[in-house]
Unconditional design. Structure first.
Length: 302
């Protein structure tokens, strides 16, 4: 049974998907990781891959890291909504942590969902979103990102790129976390691109560069107090390049830091666009808490 009351069934049963020349959209951002969102319960996007390329262009389009489609789940008994996400280069991603938080805010504040717990269907499984609501607005969202995979996924050759000593972590999508002394000295564009297309990653990979910083007191999602390691991280996303933040990348960085003894199982991942709090629980689930904001609404031809 769903914890909240979804209106996706009602929408899909009573509202035919509208075919329009211009498609209404909402631009949102989570820690600076910005996407364009379309409610496909109401509006269709004929070719989301090419639309993502066009709309993501920061000079001739809307400007974003990609396109996110909010739709009905394949099985309403297991999920309330579904998401599909397309990168700026048109490739489809398995999921995005920052985008999932924004979807939680969108469905609540646009009246599509009543409740504080949303089940979201992604290509990497069902993600559970806990909405932190105050005054009728969603200020932040905690996402259960599931269990990390620490072994190299099958698409890897099992070898690291030359000159690196990174950590492989999959959070439903692949990440290669590199710990460095001073992240500001890394040419993320050059090195990130080089590693993404390394022969070690036949299907390409997301790349993180992380610098360990002093820890601070923190409060976990269950209210307990502890120490959180601050980790300054910059991201090169597969298919999008440098982004202000990456939710799955933040989770991967926190896990990599913990398994290598660099940090406890709570971390504050400080990215260019803001800070995400990551907890790797005793149940082996990684939970991410961070902001979600609406930037503006508009409409544009696909």
């Amino acid at each position: 049974m769903s914890i909240g009351a979804s209106v996706t069934d009602k929408c899909s049963a009573t509202v035919a998907t509208r075919k329009v020349t211009k498609i209404p959209f909402t631009k949102m951002q989570g820690a600076g990781n910005d996407y364009v969102y379309v409610n496909t319960l109401l509006y269709s996007v004929p070719d989301p891959s090419s639309t993502s390329i066009k709309w993501s262009d920061r000079h001739f389009g809307i400007g974003s890291d990609g396109l996110v489609l909010i739709g009905a789940p394949s099985d309403p008994s297991k999920a309330d909504f579904s998401m599909r996400i397309f990168n700026a280069d048109g490739s489809e991603a398995m999921m995005c942590g920052n985008a999932s938080r924004c979807i939680g805010k969108y469905v609540y504040e646009r009246g599509l969902f009543k409740g504080d717990t949303v089940r979201l269907q992604t290509l990497s499984g069902i993600k559970v979103l806990k909405l932190h609501v105050e005054g009728g607005k969603v200020g932040s969202v905690t996402v259960d990102m599931g269990e990390p995979r620490l072994e190299a996924p099958e698409q890897y050759t099992g070898t690291r790129p030359d000159g690196t000593d990174g950590v492989f972590v999959s959070m439903g999508n692949p990440h290669y976390v590199n710990f460095v002394d001073k992240v500001r000295e890394i040419d993320v564009a050059a090195r990130g691109r080089e590693l993404e297309f390394s022969s070690s990653f036949p299907e390409r990979c997301n790349i993180e560069f992380a610098e360990i910083r002093p820890s601070s007191d923190a409060t976990a999602a269950d209210g307990s107090r502890g120490k959180a390691q601050a980790i300054r991280t910059r991201v090169w996303e597969r298919g999008s390049g440098i982004t202000m933040a990456c939710g799955t990348g933040a989770c991967a960085t926190a896990v990599a830091a913990a398994v290598t003894g660099r940090a406890p199982r709570q971390s504050d991942i400080v990215m260019d666009g803001g800070t995400l709090h990551i907890e790797w629980g005793a149940d082996n689930h990684v939970r991410m808490t961070g902001p979600a904001e609406i930037v503006f609404d508009g409409e544009m031809e696909p």
